[in-house]
Design a protein around this ligand. Structure first.
Ligand code: FDA
Length: 322
């Protein structure tokens, strides 16, 4: 119930305003968010690179309400791609489509135009853009736009997608996507979804996660392994979780079928399980950390609080310490 409440609040404008202006929540959020500027994100990415870990930079923001705002968000992503190039860090970018105009107009024209601009810039720099998956009202539109980008000629070297193990539909989506040869990041799913669409029990989500991880690994096996230019390009199969059991399953399944270590990428979030990130990198797997930054950090922060009650208690105990 607490999780549902936090996830609902993460989308309420008043809660966003309240938390964004509060020094304490900003201090606690810094555990999960690299800072407010691109320079902060690049500094975090360099620190990760020094430990043999790649990064994906996410300029936070979602559910914008005007085409002008969507255009500015897309310009921001172009600037991030330029800055990565100039700084020479091993990083690509992740974006949310509602940040660049998804669902603003009925045909998604604003989002499409912004996405094309972003992918053209990424391709020019030989970099890669991962489209995050948001809540279920956007799943079909996200898949449709992703397909459209492939038909416009953007390849798996430039664009990839996220799939969520908690949705019943995902296995069907994944089978269709893998048939088109794409780079997928597998996550459990971070939003509040009804039981008509998503597994309500964690054990079912976990079982589906393992099933989907095996599918990704089988597909990666059939293709040449690639972790690309200077760490921009993720492996075909990206296992994004901090759950040690899911990671152990993916490792042992990949080993059993003979997938080489460099074809199985593990991804985690900034500030979560640094020990595990470093251990996997030392064990020889590509590891990529998702580095969020920017001024619009509240919804992302609330989702992290919702995932783990201990984070909420940490927040509350700081509140009482003043
Ligand atoms: P689970 O929630 O079972 O946690 C396993 C363990 O990880 C916990 O016991 C704890 O030790 C640790 N842990 C997990 N969350 C923590 C937290 N917030 N604070 C501290 N410790 C924590 N979702 C989505 O819907 N769309 C997307 O595009 C993405 N993108 C994405 C990228 C990357 C790189 C990652 C790692 C995750 C996402 N997610 C996402 C989020 C994902 O759906 C999920 O909500 C989180 O990863 C938490 O779930 P776990 O898989 O870690 O498992």
């Amino acid at each position: 119930m607490l999780r549902s409440l936090l996830l609902c609040l993460s989308q309420a404008a008043w809660a966003n305003r309240l938390l964004a202006g509060w020094g304490l929540s900003r201090r606690v959020a810094l555990r999960f968010v690299a800072g407010e500027s691109v320079a902060d994100a690049l500094r975090a990415a360099k620190g990760l690179n020094e430990k043999g870990i790649h990064a994906t930079l996410d300029q936070l923001g979602e559910h914008i309400t005007s085409a002008a705002e969507a255009g500015r968000a897309a310009d921001g992503v172009l600037a991030v791609l330029d800055e990565i190039q100039q700084a020479g860090v091993r990083a690509n970018v992740s974006i949310k489509l509602t940040q660049i105009g998804l669902a603003l107009d009925s045909g998604d024209a604003t989002c499409r135009d912004n996405l094309v601009r972003i992918l053209e810039r990424a391709r020019a720099h030989g970099n890669f853009v991962r489209i995050d998956m948001e809540d279920s009202p956007y799943t079909d539109r996200t898949l449709a736009l992703f397909d459209e980008m492939l038909s416009l000629g953007f390849s798996l070297e430039t664009v990839g997608l996220v799939v969520q193990a908690y949705l019943y539909r995902t296995e069907t989506d994944v089978r269709a996507l893998l048939g088109k040869s794409v780079r997928l990041r597998l996550v459990k799913g971070a939003y509040h979804e009804p039981s008509t669409l998503a597994f309500p029990q964690k054990s079912d989500v976990d079982a589906n996660y393992d099933r989907l991880a095996a599918l990704l690994i089988d597909t990666a096996l059939a293709r040449p392994a690639s972790v690309g230019r200077e760490g921009h390009l993720p492996a075909l199969a990206a296992i994004a979780t901090h759950d040690e059991k899911r990671i152990a399953f993916a490792r042992s399944y990949a080993e059993k079928v003979g997938l080489s270590k460099n074809a199985l990428e593990f991804q985690m979030l900034y500030g979560i399980r640094r020990d595990l990130q470093e251990a996997l990198a030392r064990a020889g797997y590509p590891v990529r950390v998702y580095v969020p930054f920017g001024t619009r950090w509240v919804p992302y922060f609330m989702r992290r609080l919702a995932e783990r009650p201990a984070n909420l208690w940490f927040f509350v105990s700081n509140l009482f310490r003043g």
